[in-house]
Design a protein around this ligand. Structure first.
Ligand code: ZN
Ligand code: ZN
Length: 408
């Protein structure tokens, strides 16, 4: 086994979930990534984990069910699905590693109505589990491992083996895990992100105004007491972790009712196995009042119709156009990578951690502008020419982004 692969696994276990002595670890892994999941198990035990449990996921089986099972069966999510997860993260204090490696083309031809129904039923069943994760009660990380299906989509002209190897190289590069000491490189990178985040927090902007030659012209009001987060976060016991490897974003909560204008996507969005291309959303008082897409607009409609909150924004994130992922010029067809190559917004659920203040009750956070929804879906809106002005509470405009990058 290569040293680089072991270093990468260590980065996920240590800088990612930051496993503690005696702690339980849960891994969500596609069956194609079984070898890497076992390596993560070994590294977790090396780092002191008490035990490891793996939830295996089989995409081909999911496709078969979507083809052959009726909607009533697909919507019937047994209670143990939720209870098993809550057992680990809530009762046993486990941390969670999820490996994202979907084949972007696998669900082509599947009835989008069925896929949406299954997705929504699962999201509803797992809502309490998701809340534990999104409010950082448990430490979690999303990372990736190449699969043949995914790698061939990214590098279509290559043999299976060459495509997988090329995707490994791209992943190592994106995660700054090429050198001898990825954890040290990661720590330096996080410190740079932290400085920008602190600066954004010091401005206390009331809104950001985005413009681009592609037609984006949108003002996003920020939630009262919003906090910029990113790079490294802490769990309920103040233990640090990085929720995404790689990560380039600093993010915060928009005020759900204060978004006005038009935004255009700059990368395709893989939603629920279906690729939505060139989407355009028009907002009025925070609500999406019009939408369009060059491909799979129907699926975009399903996303927006998940519930009332899925028509409102729950996250905005700043990502420099000039970043390792963006500079590769590779379209990954995987949100973990594509969202970290471009400024993005998310429709749906906001992170409670992006709103500060003493009163942490949900109604207090909602009053400050927090959005709630069964969905949370990132889509990429950053372009090479993106300009962003911060607007202060007194109406003054301060440059934040010019030509796709931070001015500071
Ligand atoms: Zn984000
Ligand atoms: Zn997000």
């Amino acid at each position: 086994m290569s040293e680089r692969l072991e270093n990468y696994a260590n980065l996920i276990v240590k800088a990612g979930v930051n496993i503690q002595p005696g702690q339980l670890l849960v891994i969500n892994a596609p069956i194609e990534c079984a070898g890497f999941a076992r390596l993560l198990c070994a590294k977790a035990f090396d780092a002191g984990a008490g035990d490891v449990f793996v939830f295996w996921k089989d995409e081909l089986l999911r496709k078969l069910r979507l083809e052959r099972a009726g909607i009533g069966y697909l919507e019937d999510v047994p209670r143990w699905q939720r209870e098993a997860r809550l057992h680990y993260v809530r009762e046993k204090g486990a941390c969670v590693i999820s490996l994202a490696a979907d084949d972007p083309d696998l669900l082509q031809g599947i009835d989008p109505h069925k896929a949406a129904a299954e997705h929504k039923a699962l999201a509803a069943a797992l809502k309490p589990y998701r809340h534990v994760m999104m409010s950082n009660q448990a430490r979690w990380v999303v990372a990736s491992v190449p699969t043949v299906g995914w790698a061939k989509k990214v590098f279509p002209g290559m043999s299976d083996a060459d495509a997988v190897e090329a995707l490994w190289q791209a992943i190592y590069h994106a995660c700054r895990a090429e050198g001898d000491d990825p954890i040290a490189a990661w720590t330096r990178h996080i410190a740079r992100m932290q400085a920008r985040l602190e600066r954004m927090n010091a401005y206390h902007f009331s809104a950001l105004h985005y413009t681009s030659a592609n037609g984006t012209d949108i003002t996003v009001g920020l939630a009262d007491d919003h906090l910029w987060c990113g790079g490294v976060e802490v769990d309920q016991h103040r233990i640090p972790f990085s929720a995404n490897i790689p990560t380039e974003e600093i993010f915060t909560a928009p005020h759900k009712d204060r978004v006005d204008g038009i935004v255009k996507s700059t990368k395709p969005l893989l939603y629920n196995g279906i690729l939505i291309e060139e989407l355009s959303l028009t907002f009025n008082n925070g609500r999406v009042v019009d939408y369009a897409a060059r491909a799979n607009a129907e699926t975009l409609g399903h996303l927006l119709e998940t519930d009332d909150g899925s028509r409102y924004l729950g996250e905005i994130a700043l990502v420099p156009y000039d970043s390792p992922i963006s500079n590769t010029g590779i379209l990954f067809y995987n949100t973990l990578f594509d969202e970290n190559a471009a400024c993005h917004f998310a429709l749906g659920e906001a992170y409670p951690t992006t709103i500060g203040g003493e009163d942490r009750r949900e109604e207090a956070l909602i009053h400050k502008g927090l959005n709630t929804s069964l969905s949370h879906e990132d889509f990429m809106i950053g372009a090479a020419d993106t300009a962003i002005d911060g607007i202060t509470t007194s109406g003054e405009r301060i440059a934040v982004f010019r030509q796709g990058n931070f001015v500071f």
